[in-house]
Design a protein around this ligand. Structure first.
Ligand SMILES: [Zn+2]
Length: 244
């Protein structure tokens, strides 16, 4: 049940008919893992925490650097040199003490990925490289977990929601990530908020909008374009999962 403080805190989203108290209870009982707490992960973790996702695991192996501060909004000047997951846990807990934040200081590998995502319901991508994403992708297929991919570069970004057995996985959708060095801080904020929205929709029982679709964001002309993407029936990673 939700207590009076929660009813007040979440009032503005509770009164949305599609969410209601039942949706809020589902959020409270959910467990999401954000892999990588950089530009994408900071923003998605903040909004998932504010929305009242009951348990959030955050994973990263980096320390805060000055050059992170243009986009990794959980970290401030006083945090330079500290472990990102520890700073993020403190800030997120200050925002919403009703949310359990589990920090994992580790680089995602084939060895630890299953223990990291085990027991969670949704994996939100905050990684910055394809090899690590493919490790997470394979593990999500094995554990039948939705994986919400996000990628950014400069003023461009992309997102797709991968549901094992229903949509392409990262290995067969192989979205070619946006290219080019550098990233403007607002770009991961745009993409990460859409990732958080997709996660919230799945938790409250709505259909994710970007399952089987790739959304491309271009901040240069401020356009969102959405393309259908198809599953490769011979994909080495996901073809073993029967269509639901
Ligand atoms: Zn696949």
């Amino acid at each position: 049940m939700l207590d009076q403080s929660e009813l007040t805190r979440y009032n503005r989203q509770l009164i949305i008919p599609d969410i209601g108290e039942e949706g809020q209870r589902r959020l409270k009982n959910s467990h999401v893992v954000v892999v990588g707490v950089g530009g994408l992960g900071c923003a998605s973790a903040i909004y998932l925490t504010a929305a009242g996702v009951g348990h959030i695991t955050i994973v990263d192996f980096d320390a805060v650097e000055l050059s992170d501060l243009n986009r990794q909004i959980l970290y401030w000047e006083e945090d330079i040199g500290k472990k990102k997951v520890e700073v993020a846990q403190k800030k997120l807990s200050k925002l919403n003490q009703g949310v359990e934040i589990t920090p994992i200081f580790a680089k995602i590998t084939e060895k630890n990925v299953h223990s990291v995502i085990d027991g969670t319901q949704i994996v939100v991508d905050g990684l910055d490289n394809l090899p690590a994403r493919l490790v997470v992708n394979s593990a999500c297929i094995k554990q039948r977990l939705p994986y919400i991919y996000g990628g950014v570069s400069r003023l461009r970004g992309m997102i797709t929601t991968m549901i094992p057995g229903k949509t392409p996985c990262l290995a067969c959708a192989h979205p070619e990530g946006p290219k080019g060095l550098g990233v403007l801080g607002v770009t991961p904020a745009v993409i990460a908020n859409l990732q958080a929205l997709e996660a919230i929709k799945i938790i409250i029982g709505h259909s994710p909008s970007l399952a089987g679709k790739l959304l491309l964001f271009n901040g240069n002309d401020l356009k969102f374009r959405v393309y259908n993407i198809k599953r490769d029936e011979n994909c080495k990673v996901c073809s073993s999962v029967l269509s639901a």
